[in-house]
Write a protein that binds this ligand. Structure first.
Ligand code: AP5
Length: 215
């Protein structure tokens, strides 16, 4: 099974795709996580991506497309995967189609799940988000707090606030989403593989709704 999770920043793509990955036994591939790891390791890609990410802008298509093509060649992708945060532009979606048509990384996308959440909810979610430095699990100070302050429930890692989760940057990311990513709703709608899922409610409720549309 090959899935794409679409939706504005803070819609819950990371939260839900981690759960789906565990349930469906296929890897979650988050371009945001891959880029943050590149920044952490101080690789050339990390340096190139850094200023865009801090400003809430998209990293240029050619860099992200090359990164994802390399990732999809890995053995764990042979039985399917969940794309979280990719594609983000029509050019990225077309590049993915070309990779799949060339026989790489599975042959087709089975479902695109579009998680719908309104702007003000997104600002609340992202300004309270804390992420685990070790395993990447997401928490929220009010909506999904860790059992022990600043400590991950799953692995005991340290929780931190992302540098793009400041209110001004969140609003910029939302504009970028409207202008550059939301056209993908029609792109995949026209292919007949899009499922819209309302993203407000508990994490468990939304997970159950997503499982229904992917099975
Ligand atoms: P990326 O890391 O992909 O960020 P994003 O798409 O902006 O999405 P987020 O990770 O902010 O949100 P999410 O939808 O995963 O929500 P989450 O589950 O964490 O990208 C970061 C940057 O990298 C980009 O700005 C860009 O610069 C670059 N980049 C990445 N991919 C790129 C690409 N393809 N092309 C170009 N550049 C790229 O949930 C958010 C919070 O809400 C958490 O605190 C969570 O606990 C909470 N929450 C989740 N669900 C619920 C719920 N149901 N109720 C209440 N709270 C909830």
């Amino acid at each position: 099974m090959t899935l794409i999770l679409l939706g504005p920043p803070g819609a819950g793509k990371g939260t839900q795709s981690r759960r789906l990955s565990e349930n469906l036994k296929i890897p979650q591939i988050s371009t945001g996580d891959l880029l943050r790891a590149a920044r952490e390791k101080r690789t050339p890609l990390g340096f190139q991506a850094e200023s865009y990410m801090i400003a809430g802008k998209l990293v240029p298509d050619d860099l992200v497309i090359e990164m994802i093509r390399e990732r999809l060649k890995e053995a764990d992708c042979r039985g399917g995967y969940i794309l979280d945060g990719f594609p983000r532009t029509v050019a990225q979606a077309q590049a993915l189609d070309q990779t799949l048509a060339a026989g790489g990384a599975g042959s087709k996308i089975d479902r695109v799940v579009n998680i719908e959440v309104d702007r003000e909810e997104v600002v609340k979610r992202l300004s309270g988000r804390r992420q685990c430095r070790k395993c990447g699990e997401n928490f929220h100070l009010s909506f999904h707090p860790p059992r022990v302050e600043e400590v991950c429930d799953l692995c005991g890692g340290e929780l931190f606030q992302r540098d793009d989760d400041l209110e001004g940057v969140i609003r910029r990311r939302l504009e970028v989403y409207e202008n550059q990513t939301s056209p993908l709703i029609d792109y995949y709608g026209n292919k007949g593989i899009l499922a819209n899922v309302p993203g407000e409610g508990s994490i468990e409720e939304i997970f159950r709704k997503i499982l229904k549309v992917v099975s």
